[in-house]
Design a protein around this ligand. Structure first.
Ligand code: NAD
Length: 387
């Protein structure tokens, strides 16, 4: 069975779906692997390293994808009439694809995959179960975002993070407030603590309090009138009454913080607007907000995804695709996640489709010409009604 790894062409992307270490494992398991020339270059994996790991290097991406049985990618396939790159059209019907498709944010790519009869799995739809942990790209990438987000804040802040006792006297530690404490938020807390900051954090799922405290932050939160648990560890949107009450808490915490890191997502996809312009206005001048939910639209009303703005003396960063800014480790972890998925379902040197398996079932987005992922189908129907 032939695995193909094209170069990622999305602007700003530097990751590659498969690194030489995983390539070797897949070759040992009986797959043949081909990568597009230069696919790993931006992540510092050169073509020679892939050859040494047993892969072939192919200059022509159309031939690479046309001969593939299973395609591994980071982002949804490129369909770019301007450059002539049509990764969906180049694949043969029946080809398997595994990538972080983010199907709810990329409905057009999903439709194209269904039309081309590609059997596409999305790593971000893999159920968050113990068995699937090693395949979970959402976790490995969110952890990078949480870490890097804090480093960006530390670079921008006009103060030290740690408490310092110097010959010129003592300085107090910076106060960091983290909103949303799942994978990215918990990593942000741990990183800010390692830098010596005084860290506070909040979430709307009550079970998170203990996790916040276990990584060294103080929990702050409101008693919700209505549960915000949406199942599977995800949160849903708060009721109007709880939103109002939470806004009071956020305003109070932000007013006393040097740095605010936001990571809140609803249903794992959309970013609720939690920081209003009024909350930002009451923050101290020189404070920094890092909106790590920018890829989902942002948690701060004033964020401009992909840009840094200064409003009321507060610097608001809304970086997109932070994992791409650490491409070597991001690719290494992403690649290990994809390899864990493939090897879990490999038998007799082939990937075996098993629609009764809960991981494959959860991750399957398109198959035999149809969109089979329920939430994506609902989103397509809703878009159809709206247009
Ligand atoms: P996410 O990115 O979907 O959400 C981030 C956080 O934002 C969540 O904790 C959510 O409760 C919070 N949030 C939403 N609205 C908020 C609001 N108004 N105010 C404050 N916070 C708000 O989360 P994720 O990192 O993808 O993790 C989702 C779930 O999956 C978690 O329960 C996590 O523990 C679980 N998980 C399980 C596994 C596994 O078992 N394999 C692996 C990773 C994560």
């Amino acid at each position: 069975m032939r695995i193909a790894v094209p170069k990622e062409t999305r602007p700003g992307e530097r990751r590659v779906a498969l690194v030489p270490e995983s390539c070797k494992k897949l070759v040992q398991a009986g797959f043949s692997v081909a990568v597009e020339a230069g696919a790993g270059a931006a992540a510092y994996f050169d073509d020679e390293a892939y050859r040494q790991a047993g892969a072939s290097v192919e200059a022509d991406p159309a031939a690479l994808l046309g001969e593939a049985d299973f395609v591994l990618k980071v982002n949804p396939p490129a369909i770019d009439p301007a450059s002539g790159r049509d990764e969906v059209g180049w694949m043969r019907p029946g080809t398997f694809l595994l990538a972080s498709l983010m199907p709810l944010r990329n409905l057009e790519a999903v439709e194209a995959l269904a039309q081309r009869q590609i059997t596409a799995f999305s790593t971000d739809a893999i159920p968050r179960t113990t068995r699937a942990q090693a395949m979970d790209t959402l976790s490995s990438m969110a952890s990078i975002a949480g870490y890097k987000g804090v480093l960006l804040a530390a670079m921008e802040l006009n103060k030290y993070f740690p408490m310092l006792t110097t010959a010129a006297g003592m300085v107090f530690p910076a106060k960091v407030f983290v909103i949303g404490a799942a994978v990215a938020g918990l990593q942000a807390i741990a990183t800010a603590r390692r830098l010596g900051a005084n860290v506070f954090a909040t979430d709307v799922r009550p079970e998170v309090k203990e996790q916040i405290e276990s990584v060294g932050a103080k929990y702050v939160g409101i008693e919700l009138k209505e549960s915000a648990a949406a199942g599977g560890g995800y949160a849903k949107e708060l009721s109007e009454e709880d939103k109002q009450r939470q806004r009071v808490l956020l305003a109070e915490q932000c007013a006393g913080s040097d740095v605010v890191i936001t990571t809140a997502l609803v249903g794992g996809v959309f970013a609720p607007k939690l920081l209003t312009a009024e909350i930002v206005r009451r923050m101290p001048a020189g404070a920094v907000v890092v909106d790590l939910a920018a890829d989902g639209g942002g948690n701060c009303e004033l964020s401009r995804p992909g840009e840094t703005v200064v409003e009321h003396g507060v610097k608001i960063l809304a970086p997109l695709n932070l994992p791409a800014s650490m491409p070597t480790h991001a690719s290494l972890l992403f690649s290990r996640n994809l390899t864990a998925f493939l090897l879990a379902f490999t038998s007799d040197k082939r990937f075996v489709l098993d629609l009764n398996d809960d991981i494959q079932q959860g991750a399957l987005i398109t198959h035999e010409g149809r969109v089979v992922h329920a939430r994506t189908r609902d989103a397509l129907e809703a878009r159809g009604k709206a247009s």
